[in-house]
Design a protein around this ligand. Structure first.
Ligand code: PMV
Length: 312
């Protein structure tokens, strides 16, 4: 049984979404694949192309999320008759803020559920994959798993859930991984401290992030790229104020905006490392990628796939 799920970018609202704001995220054209098969070994195994072979029962922290997902699926649907081999192969750079762990959790939850002969119920799968994410960063809003499961563009809110945003024309962004792995749990805690220091201003930024995200959803569906880019750049200021940006990320944003190739740019995900996204003028996308990828190998054009979790 093979399942795959996409990574994601957050277009606006990261961090503030944890505190109740709306946010907008999109699936990306990089996926994690998980296959599940019977094995004649004496116990179940996890093999990741991105790490090295490891036993499911080992205490390797890198597999905590996956092991949590597997035990939740087994608790829900019963254990497999024989030990299983779970193979992971992800194209999403690890620690890049591009949703690698959520994509693995979603694909694993899907593959294991089907392997055990059950149909995939989206709400149940989301619940199981979120348990995996909790192992990675404590208190996730759920935006990563929701986007990976559904694909496309989502307007998301912790309370009201997600709404798919239709695109009238294809939108291309450029994602650039700084090469510095980010630690979401650490950043989420840092932001909580900032909230404690300046509760009133923070709360006004949560509201502002909601309004921005609602406007971003409209700009995306209307194809209004200049407006979308300016909203992205403006939201970078709020992210910098809460301490999510770094000198490196600021430098990357500056590089992307040089030569007037872009309408806007910002960090994406938790920050403190990880990646930025830039919205290029459509005719400049390839040129910009060429320019940036000379310095940053993990750069690519994000096209937004409609497919979330798929099988086969
Ligand atoms: O883990 P990342 O880099 O994809 O960031 C997740 C987005 C946050 O808003 C920072 C946390 C969350 O759970 O929403």
């Amino acid at each position: 049984m093979v399942a795959s799920a996409p990574g994601k970018i957050i277009i606006t609202g990261e961090h503030f979404v944890v505190h109740g704001s709306f946010a907008v995220a999109a699936a990306i054209n990089k996926r994690a694949r998980v296959s599940v098969s019977e094995t004649d070994q004496s116990r179940s195994l996890i093999y990741s192309k991105n790490f090295q072979k490891s036993f499911l029962s080992s205490n390797d922290g890198r597999f905590f999320a996956l092991k949590t997902v597997a035990s939740k699926v087994f608790a829900e649907f019963g254990k497999p008759r024989t030990p299983v081999l779970i193979k992971v192969d992800s194209e999403i750079p690890l620690g890049s803020g591009l949703g690698s762990s959520a994509a693995v959790s979603v694909a694993a939850a899907g593959a294991l559920t089907r392997f055990l002969g059950n149909e995939v119920d989206k709400d149940k799968l989301l619940e199981i994959a979120s348990e995996g994410e909790k192992k990675v960063h404590g208190n996730p809003s759920g935006i990563d798993t929701e986007t990976s499961l559904n694909g496309g563009v989502l307007l998301f809110n912790k309370k009201s859930g997600s709404k798919s945003i239709p695109l009238t024309s294809a939108i291309k962004m450029i994602a650039v991984f700084s090469g510095i792995k980010r630690d979401t749990g650490k950043l989420v805690k840092k932001v909580a401290l900032k909230r404690k220091e300046s509760p009133y201003f923070f709360s006004s930024l949560v509201d502002s992030s909601s309004f921005t995200s609602l406007e971003v959803a409209d700009a995306l569906s209307n194809g209004d790229l200049p407006y979308l880019g300016s909203l992205m750049s403006a939201s970078q200021c709020a992210l910098a104020w809460i301490g999510a940006s770094t000198v490196k990320l600021d430098e990357l944003i500056e590089t992307a905006l040089e030569n007037q190739d872009c309408f806007g740019a910002k960090l994406t995900g938790a920050g403190g490392g990880g990646s930025i996204i830039a919205l290029p003028k459509p005719e400049k996308a390839e040129l910009l990628l060429e320019r940036i990828s000379k310095k940053y190998r993990d750069s690519f054009i994000v096209s937004i796939p409609q497919e979330g979790l798929t099988f086969g």
